[in-house]
Design a protein around this ligand. Structure first.
Ligand SMILES: [Zn+2]
Length: 359
Protein backbone atom coordinates (compact mmCIF):
# COMPACT_ATOMS: atom_id res chain seq x y z
CA UNK A 1 0.00 0.00 0.00
CA UNK A 2 1.01 3.62 -0.38
CA UNK A 3 2.66 4.79 2.82
CA UNK A 4 3.02 8.45 1.86
CA UNK A 5 0.59 11.04 0.57
CA UNK A 6 3.21 13.60 -0.49
CA UNK A 7 4.26 13.64 -4.11
CA UNK A 8 6.56 15.80 -6.21
CA UNK A 9 6.64 15.24 -9.97
CA UNK A 10 10.07 15.73 -11.56
CA UNK A 11 8.94 15.19 -15.14
CA UNK A 12 6.13 17.22 -16.69
CA UNK A 13 5.98 19.32 -19.87
CA UNK A 14 4.46 22.57 -21.11
CA UNK A 15 1.21 22.79 -22.98
CA UNK A 16 1.57 25.33 -25.79
CA UNK A 17 -1.93 26.78 -25.25
CA UNK A 18 -1.46 29.18 -22.31
CA UNK A 19 -4.96 28.85 -20.85
CA UNK A 20 -4.88 25.06 -21.01
CA UNK A 21 -1.31 25.07 -19.69
CA UNK A 22 -2.35 27.04 -16.61
CA UNK A 23 -5.40 24.80 -16.14
CA UNK A 24 -3.17 21.70 -16.33
CA UNK A 25 -0.75 22.99 -13.68
CA UNK A 26 -3.63 23.94 -11.38
CA UNK A 27 -5.18 20.52 -11.85
CA UNK A 28 -1.89 18.82 -10.91
CA UNK A 29 -1.81 20.98 -7.80
CA UNK A 30 -5.45 20.13 -6.97
CA UNK A 31 -4.51 16.48 -7.42
CA UNK A 32 -2.19 16.97 -4.43
CA UNK A 33 1.16 17.52 -6.13
CA UNK A 34 2.54 20.78 -4.79
CA UNK A 35 6.03 20.53 -6.30
CA UNK A 36 6.41 19.97 -10.01
CA UNK A 37 9.20 20.34 -12.52
CA UNK A 38 8.56 21.48 -16.10
CA UNK A 39 11.07 20.16 -18.63
CA UNK A 40 11.34 22.55 -21.56
CA UNK A 41 11.95 21.02 -24.97
CA UNK A 42 13.51 23.37 -27.49
CA UNK A 43 14.27 20.90 -30.25
CA UNK A 44 13.52 22.41 -33.65
CA UNK A 45 10.24 20.60 -34.29
CA UNK A 46 8.76 21.79 -31.03
CA UNK A 47 7.59 25.33 -30.64
CA UNK A 48 10.86 27.10 -30.08
CA UNK A 49 9.58 29.14 -27.13
CA UNK A 50 9.33 26.35 -24.54
CA UNK A 51 11.94 27.88 -22.19
CA UNK A 52 10.05 31.17 -22.14
CA UNK A 53 6.68 29.49 -21.77
CA UNK A 54 7.88 27.28 -18.90
CA UNK A 55 9.36 30.25 -17.01
CA UNK A 56 6.18 32.21 -17.61
CA UNK A 57 4.12 29.39 -16.07
CA UNK A 58 6.53 29.28 -13.15
CA UNK A 59 5.95 32.98 -12.51
CA UNK A 60 2.21 32.78 -13.04
CA UNK A 61 1.24 29.79 -10.88
CA UNK A 62 0.86 30.52 -7.18
CA UNK A 63 -0.88 27.32 -6.14
CA UNK A 64 2.23 25.13 -6.32
CA UNK A 65 6.03 25.32 -6.46
CA UNK A 66 6.98 25.12 -10.10
CA UNK A 67 10.57 24.56 -11.11
CA UNK A 68 11.87 24.59 -14.67
CA UNK A 69 14.67 22.77 -16.44
CA UNK A 70 15.54 24.67 -19.62
CA UNK A 71 16.72 23.29 -22.95
CA UNK A 72 19.53 24.33 -25.29
CA UNK A 73 18.75 25.78 -28.73
CA UNK A 74 19.45 23.95 -31.97
CA UNK A 75 17.38 25.98 -34.42
CA UNK A 76 19.46 27.20 -37.36
CA UNK A 77 17.77 30.59 -36.90
CA UNK A 78 19.23 30.87 -33.42
CA UNK A 79 22.70 30.17 -34.82
CA UNK A 80 23.71 28.02 -31.91
CA UNK A 81 27.33 27.65 -32.98
CA UNK A 82 27.83 31.34 -32.24
CA UNK A 83 26.50 31.00 -28.67
CA UNK A 84 28.52 28.34 -26.88
CA UNK A 85 26.44 25.83 -24.92
CA UNK A 86 28.03 26.88 -21.64
CA UNK A 87 26.75 30.42 -22.17
CA UNK A 88 23.33 29.13 -23.18
CA UNK A 89 23.10 27.05 -20.01
CA UNK A 90 24.33 29.95 -17.90
CA UNK A 91 21.72 32.21 -19.44
CA UNK A 92 18.94 29.70 -18.70
CA UNK A 93 20.03 29.50 -15.07
CA UNK A 94 20.24 33.30 -14.84
CA UNK A 95 16.70 33.62 -16.18
CA UNK A 96 15.43 31.41 -13.36
CA UNK A 97 15.78 27.82 -14.57
CA UNK A 98 16.52 25.36 -11.77
CA UNK A 99 18.30 22.85 -13.98
CA UNK A 100 18.84 21.75 -17.57
CA UNK A 101 16.88 19.24 -19.66
CA UNK A 102 18.57 17.15 -22.34
CA UNK A 103 16.66 15.19 -24.95
CA UNK A 104 19.48 15.43 -27.52
CA UNK A 105 20.26 11.70 -27.34
CA UNK A 106 16.78 10.42 -28.13
CA UNK A 107 17.63 8.61 -31.40
CA UNK A 108 15.71 10.84 -33.81
CA UNK A 109 17.08 14.05 -32.23
CA UNK A 110 20.57 12.58 -32.12
CA UNK A 111 20.26 11.98 -35.85
CA UNK A 112 19.20 15.58 -36.50
CA UNK A 113 21.82 17.17 -34.26
CA UNK A 114 24.66 15.09 -35.69
CA UNK A 115 26.86 14.86 -32.59
CA UNK A 116 26.53 13.18 -29.22
CA UNK A 117 26.60 14.39 -25.63
CA UNK A 118 30.17 13.07 -25.50
CA UNK A 119 31.19 15.73 -28.06
CA UNK A 120 33.88 18.27 -27.11
CA UNK A 121 31.44 21.02 -28.03
CA UNK A 122 29.69 20.33 -24.69
CA UNK A 123 32.82 19.99 -22.52
CA UNK A 124 32.89 23.43 -20.94
CA UNK A 125 29.17 23.35 -20.25
CA UNK A 126 29.20 19.95 -18.57
CA UNK A 127 32.27 20.97 -16.54
CA UNK A 128 30.29 23.96 -15.27
CA UNK A 129 27.16 21.90 -14.57
CA UNK A 130 29.20 19.28 -12.73
CA UNK A 131 31.17 21.84 -10.74
CA UNK A 132 28.00 23.62 -9.61
CA UNK A 133 26.00 20.39 -9.25
CA UNK A 134 23.23 21.82 -11.41
CA UNK A 135 20.50 19.17 -11.69
CA UNK A 136 19.92 17.66 -15.12
CA UNK A 137 17.12 15.49 -16.48
CA UNK A 138 18.38 13.58 -19.47
CA UNK A 139 16.47 11.39 -21.93
CA UNK A 140 18.75 9.04 -23.84
CA UNK A 141 17.70 6.24 -26.16
CA UNK A 142 14.21 4.71 -26.24
CA UNK A 143 12.91 1.19 -25.51
CA UNK A 144 15.07 -1.46 -27.25
CA UNK A 145 12.03 -2.57 -29.25
CA UNK A 146 12.13 0.67 -31.26
CA UNK A 147 15.10 -0.71 -33.23
CA UNK A 148 13.20 -3.84 -34.27
CA UNK A 149 10.18 -3.63 -36.56
CA UNK A 150 8.76 -7.07 -35.70
CA UNK A 151 8.97 -6.44 -31.99
CA UNK A 152 7.46 -2.97 -32.14
CA UNK A 153 4.58 -4.28 -34.27
CA UNK A 154 3.78 -6.82 -31.56
CA UNK A 155 2.70 -3.92 -29.36
CA UNK A 156 -0.90 -2.73 -29.69
CA UNK A 157 0.46 0.83 -30.04
CA UNK A 158 3.27 -0.18 -32.42
CA UNK A 159 1.70 1.30 -35.54
CA UNK A 160 1.29 4.65 -33.82
CA UNK A 161 4.93 4.66 -32.68
CA UNK A 162 6.08 3.95 -36.23
CA UNK A 163 3.90 6.85 -37.46
CA UNK A 164 5.68 9.09 -34.96
CA UNK A 165 8.97 8.18 -36.63
CA UNK A 166 10.23 6.08 -33.73
CA UNK A 167 11.31 2.97 -35.63
CA UNK A 168 15.08 3.12 -35.82
CA UNK A 169 15.82 -0.03 -37.82
CA UNK A 170 18.12 1.51 -40.42
CA UNK A 171 21.63 2.87 -40.34
CA UNK A 172 20.63 6.52 -40.50
CA UNK A 173 20.09 6.10 -36.75
CA UNK A 174 22.70 5.22 -34.18
CA UNK A 175 22.14 1.93 -32.38
CA UNK A 176 20.98 1.65 -28.79
CA UNK A 177 24.52 0.62 -27.79
CA UNK A 178 26.20 3.49 -29.66
CA UNK A 179 24.03 6.09 -27.96
CA UNK A 180 24.56 4.42 -24.60
CA UNK A 181 28.34 4.45 -25.14
CA UNK A 182 28.31 8.16 -25.96
CA UNK A 183 26.58 8.81 -22.66
CA UNK A 184 29.11 6.69 -20.78
CA UNK A 185 31.92 8.69 -22.39
CA UNK A 186 30.33 11.87 -21.06
CA UNK A 187 29.91 10.34 -17.60
CA UNK A 188 33.57 9.28 -17.63
CA UNK A 189 34.55 12.88 -18.36
CA UNK A 190 32.15 14.23 -15.73
CA UNK A 191 31.53 11.40 -13.25
CA UNK A 192 29.92 13.64 -10.62
CA UNK A 193 27.16 15.10 -12.79
CA UNK A 194 23.94 15.57 -10.85
CA UNK A 195 22.01 13.73 -13.55
CA UNK A 196 18.62 12.03 -13.55
CA UNK A 197 17.96 9.67 -16.45
CA UNK A 198 14.36 9.84 -17.61
CA UNK A 199 12.29 6.66 -18.02
CA UNK A 200 14.83 4.70 -15.98
CA UNK A 201 17.18 5.03 -18.96
CA UNK A 202 15.17 2.18 -20.58
CA UNK A 203 17.18 -0.29 -18.50
CA UNK A 204 14.39 -2.36 -16.95
CA UNK A 205 15.63 -5.46 -18.80
CA UNK A 206 19.25 -4.79 -17.79
CA UNK A 207 19.51 -4.57 -14.04
CA UNK A 208 23.25 -5.32 -14.11
CA UNK A 209 23.89 -2.11 -16.02
CA UNK A 210 21.69 -0.09 -13.66
CA UNK A 211 23.66 -1.49 -10.71
CA UNK A 212 27.02 -0.60 -12.27
CA UNK A 213 25.88 2.94 -13.04
CA UNK A 214 24.75 3.72 -9.50
CA UNK A 215 27.96 2.23 -8.11
CA UNK A 216 30.27 4.13 -10.43
CA UNK A 217 28.60 7.55 -10.62
CA UNK A 218 27.70 8.87 -7.18
CA UNK A 219 25.09 11.46 -8.22
CA UNK A 220 23.38 9.52 -10.99
CA UNK A 221 19.65 8.92 -10.58
CA UNK A 222 16.67 7.59 -12.53
CA UNK A 223 13.09 8.74 -12.90
CA UNK A 224 10.13 6.38 -13.01
CA UNK A 225 8.26 8.17 -15.78
CA UNK A 226 6.38 5.65 -17.96
CA UNK A 227 7.32 4.08 -20.64
CA UNK A 228 4.77 1.42 -19.53
CA UNK A 229 7.16 -1.22 -20.95
CA UNK A 230 9.54 -0.42 -18.09
CA UNK A 231 7.04 -1.89 -15.63
CA UNK A 232 6.84 -5.11 -17.65
CA UNK A 233 10.63 -5.33 -17.45
CA UNK A 234 10.60 -4.84 -13.67
CA UNK A 235 8.02 -7.63 -13.26
CA UNK A 236 10.18 -10.08 -15.26
CA UNK A 237 12.98 -9.81 -12.71
CA UNK A 238 10.82 -8.84 -9.77
CA UNK A 239 12.80 -9.80 -6.64
CA UNK A 240 16.07 -8.35 -7.89
CA UNK A 241 14.45 -5.10 -8.90
CA UNK A 242 12.58 -4.85 -5.63
CA UNK A 243 15.91 -5.11 -3.76
CA UNK A 244 17.42 -2.54 -6.10
CA UNK A 245 14.60 -0.11 -5.35
CA UNK A 246 14.95 -0.58 -1.59
CA UNK A 247 18.74 -0.23 -1.68
CA UNK A 248 18.74 2.75 -4.05
CA UNK A 249 15.57 4.58 -3.06
CA UNK A 250 17.63 7.78 -2.79
CA UNK A 251 18.40 7.47 -6.53
CA UNK A 252 14.88 7.19 -7.94
CA UNK A 253 12.34 9.96 -8.57
CA UNK A 254 8.59 10.08 -9.17
CA UNK A 255 7.67 11.35 -12.66
CA UNK A 256 4.74 11.12 -15.07
CA UNK A 257 5.41 13.03 -18.33
CA UNK A 258 2.14 14.90 -17.74
CA UNK A 259 1.41 17.03 -20.79
CA UNK A 260 -2.35 17.20 -21.15
CA UNK A 261 -5.46 18.82 -19.79
CA UNK A 262 -7.30 17.12 -18.22
CA UNK A 263 -4.35 15.26 -16.72
CA UNK A 264 -4.09 11.48 -17.10
CA UNK A 265 -4.61 10.09 -13.62
CA UNK A 266 -3.98 6.55 -14.85
CA UNK A 267 -0.33 7.48 -15.37
CA UNK A 268 -0.05 8.48 -11.71
CA UNK A 269 -1.81 5.23 -10.77
CA UNK A 270 0.77 3.23 -12.71
CA UNK A 271 3.76 4.90 -11.07
CA UNK A 272 2.16 4.65 -7.63
CA UNK A 273 1.26 0.99 -8.08
CA UNK A 274 4.90 0.23 -8.88
CA UNK A 275 6.02 1.98 -5.69
CA UNK A 276 3.35 0.96 -3.22
CA UNK A 277 1.08 -1.57 -4.95
CA UNK A 278 0.70 -5.23 -4.00
CA UNK A 279 2.84 -7.90 -5.57
CA UNK A 280 -0.18 -9.30 -7.45
CA UNK A 281 -0.12 -8.78 -11.19
CA UNK A 282 -2.57 -6.20 -12.56
CA UNK A 283 -3.29 -4.59 -15.91
CA UNK A 284 -1.07 -1.52 -16.18
CA UNK A 285 -3.44 1.38 -15.50
CA UNK A 286 -2.18 3.57 -18.35
CA UNK A 287 -1.51 0.63 -20.71
CA UNK A 288 -4.12 -2.05 -19.89
CA UNK A 289 -2.90 -4.37 -22.66
CA UNK A 290 0.17 -5.20 -20.50
CA UNK A 291 0.70 -6.39 -16.93
CA UNK A 292 2.73 -5.12 -13.96
CA UNK A 293 3.37 -5.87 -10.29
CA UNK A 294 3.78 -3.55 -7.30
CA UNK A 295 6.98 -3.44 -5.23
CA UNK A 296 5.12 -2.56 -2.02
CA UNK A 297 8.23 -0.69 -0.84
CA UNK A 298 9.02 0.35 2.73
CA UNK A 299 7.78 3.69 3.99
CA UNK A 300 11.30 5.16 3.84
CA UNK A 301 11.79 4.10 0.21
CA UNK A 302 8.36 5.42 -0.76
CA UNK A 303 9.00 8.80 0.85
CA UNK A 304 12.38 9.09 -0.87
CA UNK A 305 11.01 8.27 -4.30
CA UNK A 306 7.76 10.22 -4.07
CA UNK A 307 9.02 13.43 -2.49
CA UNK A 308 12.24 13.63 -0.53
CA UNK A 309 14.66 13.09 -3.41
CA UNK A 310 12.96 15.83 -5.38
CA UNK A 311 13.36 18.22 -2.47
CA UNK A 312 17.02 17.27 -2.07
CA UNK A 313 17.72 17.72 -5.80
CA UNK A 314 15.66 20.83 -6.56
CA UNK A 315 14.21 22.15 -3.30
CA UNK A 316 12.50 25.51 -3.40
CA UNK A 317 12.41 26.84 -6.94
CA UNK A 318 14.54 29.85 -7.86
CA UNK A 319 12.68 33.02 -8.71
CA UNK A 320 12.31 34.12 -12.30
CA UNK A 321 14.41 37.08 -13.45
CA UNK A 322 11.61 38.98 -15.17
CA UNK A 323 13.89 41.49 -16.88
CA UNK A 324 15.97 38.77 -18.47
CA UNK A 325 12.84 36.86 -19.43
CA UNK A 326 11.40 39.97 -21.09
CA UNK A 327 14.67 40.46 -22.96
CA UNK A 328 14.66 36.83 -24.09
CA UNK A 329 11.02 37.07 -25.21
CA UNK A 330 11.78 40.19 -27.23
CA UNK A 331 14.79 38.54 -28.89
CA UNK A 332 12.78 35.44 -29.76
CA UNK A 333 9.93 37.54 -31.16
CA UNK A 334 12.32 39.51 -33.36
CA UNK A 335 13.90 36.28 -34.63
CA UNK A 336 10.51 34.71 -35.41
CA UNK A 337 9.22 37.78 -37.22
CA UNK A 338 12.40 38.03 -39.29
CA UNK A 339 12.09 34.38 -40.31
CA UNK A 340 8.31 34.18 -40.87
CA UNK A 341 7.81 32.11 -37.74
CA UNK A 342 4.52 30.42 -36.94
CA UNK A 343 1.80 32.94 -36.25
CA UNK A 344 0.44 31.23 -33.16
CA UNK A 345 3.89 31.17 -31.54
CA UNK A 346 4.31 34.88 -32.24
CA UNK A 347 0.85 35.61 -30.78
CA UNK A 348 1.68 33.57 -27.68
CA UNK A 349 4.97 35.39 -27.11
CA UNK A 350 3.30 38.76 -27.58
CA UNK A 351 0.73 37.84 -24.94
CA UNK A 352 3.49 36.72 -22.53
CA UNK A 353 5.49 39.89 -23.18
CA UNK A 354 2.54 42.17 -22.50
CA UNK A 355 1.55 40.31 -19.36
CA UNK A 356 5.10 40.37 -17.96
CA UNK A 357 5.56 44.04 -18.82
CA UNK A 358 2.39 45.04 -17.01
CA UNK A 359 3.51 43.49 -13.73
ZN1 LIG B 1 9.16 13.72 -21.08
Amino acid sequence: MMKTSRFADIHIHCLPDIDKGIAMLKEISDFGIKNMNILAITYHEFPIDDNILALYYKKKIKEANISVFGGLYYSPFLNYYSVPFKEQAQRLLDMGCDGIKFIESKPDYRKYIGFGLNSKIYDEMFDMLEERQVPIVCHINDPEEYWNEDKIREWPIGERLIELGWLYNNDTFLSYEEIFDEMIQRLEKNPNLNIIFAHFMFLSNQIEIARKLVERYPNLKFDLTPGWEMYVGFAKNFDEWRSFFEANSDRICYGTDTESFPIKKTTHQTVRYAIGGEKDEIDIPNAPFARMRGFDLSQKAQENICYKNYMAIIGEPKSVNTNLLLEETQKMLAMLKRNHGERDVIARLERIYQDLENK
